[in-house]
Design a protein around this ligand. Sequence first.
Ligand code: PGA
Length: 264
Amino acid sequence: MKVVILEDANEVARYGADIFERQLAHKADSVFGLATGSTPVALYRELIERHQRESLSFAGVTTFNLDEYLGLPPEHPQSYRYFMQQHLFDHIDIRPESTFVPSGDADHPIEACDEYEARIRNAGGIDVQLLGIGRNGHIGFNEPTSCLTSRTRIKTLTRETIDDNARFFGPDEEQPHLSITMGIGTIMESRLVVLLATGASKAQAVKAMVEGPVSAWCPASILQMHPSTVLIVDEAAAGGLSNPEFFKHIERENQALLTRLGMV
Ligand code: PGA
């Protein structure tokens, strides 16, 4: 796992956006896995700016979101489909029919999970998967104790996750306790995983993810087994790591090597 420690959340967003921009330069019809939550918003803002300023185009891109609340229709303001429209899709040139979010109001949600897997397969798999991390180490809505080889399915949310996300719901709004989420096995098949974490509240989860053990108690720890994961954190989220200086040293060495090889 490559661990990149940066000064603040803005630098994290820019570093993440650079990865997506490079991927688009290399493959205009890339397949992106996308995430919701507070953390990726700055990265999406950065991509929108690059689209507006530099004509970075998403016209050939297909996207698959990680998860959705079960029971919320796409037009519900707390649904993740609505979130993606607001924070990204409505502001770039992506084709609406190429954006997929698990269907929160499917008539047959179990079948919908299998269909989602088939869609990802038919699109050729995910080139770059963006992830956040929960304070409890979840990725997508794969909560602690999730099967480490799981596929897209219905998951029960933990009390901690429900409480963490309560800030998005009004006092009278009912907050779903179930979700549809890509599985950990689905995420592990992505060619590149980019996980962003910012703020001190994520420091313990980041430590568990990086330093292990690999365990269903911290679903993100399985990424130690992924051949191409980049973890991008700010200083606060790196605060629990035993040896952050080592990762900074590696990153400086990598940059020097790429410069010497004329690759940056
Ligand atoms: P957050 O959520 O970005 O809102 O902290 C991350 C997650 O739960 O995966």
